[in-house]
Design a protein. Structure first.
Length: 245
C-alpha cells in the first residue's frame, strides 16, 4: 500500500484541527471512536472509528474535515439525485458525513485500498448507513470496479496528496472517473514543496478552479489547506468556438 503519514486531526470539532506533525507517530494510538458534528452541521453526530493498525487512512485528516463542512454547508441542496464517489476515503469521514445529512442517488461509494476496507465497512455499520453507503476497494491507477458509476456526478477527494509516487496513479483514476458532467471536489493540505507537482499535473489534466464560495476559506487557507473543483476540460474546438462568439 502506498502510504506515508501526513498530519492528522486531534479534536475534530475544534476549528480546523490542524496538527503540523509531519512524522508518523512511533506508536499507533489505540483504536477509538469519535463523535463528530462538523461544527454543529450535523444534528445527529457521525461516529467514526479511528484505527491506525492498517494505515494512515485510519484516522481523521484536516482536509477531510474542511471538505465535509463545505459539502454540508454549501452543496447539500444540490446533491439530490446525484451519484457520488469518494476516493481515498480512509475510514469514510467525508462520504459518511455527507450521507448522514444529504439526499443523493444511493449508494454513495466510499473507496480506498484493501487495508481500509474493513474499517470503512465498520464505520458504515456504526452509523446505520448501509442503505445509503457502500464501501469498495478502488486502487488508484487500476481499472474502476464495474459496480462503481463510470462517470459519477460528484467525486469527493480529501487529503489524497502526500506521497509523490501515487500522484500519477491518482491523476489516472481522476481522468477515468471525470466525465463531461462530473465535478470533483478536491481538498488538500500542502505540506511539502513536492505537493505542488500534483497541482501542476492536475491543472494540466483538468479544468482546475479554486472554490470561491466558502466563507471559511481564508481561515483554512492560512493552514495551507485548499479546496478546488476539477472538471473535464472543454475540447479545444469548443474553446475556439466560444472565443469566436
Ligand atoms: C491522509 S488519508 C485521508 C483519508 C480521508 N480522506 C480523510 O480526509 O480523513 C489518505 C488516504 O488515501 C488512501 N490512498 C493512498 N494511496 C492510495 C491508492 N494508491 N489508491 C487508493 N487509495 C489510496 C490511503 O489509504 C488513505 O486512506
Amino acid at each position: 500500500m502506498l502510504s506515508r503519514s501526513p498530519s492528522p486531526v486531534s479534536d475534530p470539532d475544534a476549528p480546523f484541527n490542524v496538527s503540523d506533525a509531519l512524522a508518523p507517530p512511533r506508536v499507533n494510538k489505540a483504536a477509538s471512536t469519535t463523535k463528530i458534528t462538523f461544527d454543529g452541521l450535523l444534528n445527529d453526530p457521525l461516529l467514526l472509528k479511528e484505527d491506525l493498525k492498517n494505515g494512515c487512512g485510519g484516522q481523521l485528516w484536516p482536509a477531510g474535515m474542511v471538505l465535509t463542512k463545505y459539502m454540508l454547508s454549501q452543496r447539500a441542496s444540490e446533491l439530490a439525485g446525484k451519484s457520488i464517489v469518494e476516493l481515498g476515503a480512509g475510514g469514510g469521514l467525508v462520504g459518511l458525513g455527507v450521507a448522514r445529512e444529504c439526499e443523493f442517488a444511493a449508494p454513495l461509494h466510499i473507496t480506498d485500498q484493501l487495508p481500509m476496507f474493513e474499517l470503512m465497512k465498520e464505520n458504515v455499520a456504526l452509523n446505520d448507513l448501509e442503505s445509503k453507503v457502500q464501501a469498495s476497494i478502488l486502487d488508484w491507477g487500476e481499472p474502476i470496479p464495474t459496480h462503481i458509476p463510470a462517470h459519477p456526478d460528484i467525486i469527493l477527494a480529501a487529503d489524497c496528496v502526500y506521497f509523490e509516487p501515487a500522484f500519477p496513479l491518482l491523476i489516472t483514476t481522476l481522468k477515468d472517473l471525470i466525465g463531461p458532467n462530473t465535478t470533483c471536489y478536491f481538498c488538500y493540505k500542502r505540506r511539502r514543496r513536492a505537493d505542488l507537482r500534483f497541482i501542476k499535473m492536475a491543472k494540466k489534466a483538468f479544468d482546475f478552479q479554486e472554490v470561491r464560495d466558502d466563507p471559511n476559506a481564508p481561515a483554512y487557507n492560512r493552514e495551507n489547506i485548499f479546496l478546488y473543483t476539477l472538471r473535464r476540460k472543454a475540447p479545444k474546438c469548443a474553446n475556439k468556438q466560444l472565443a469566436m462568439e
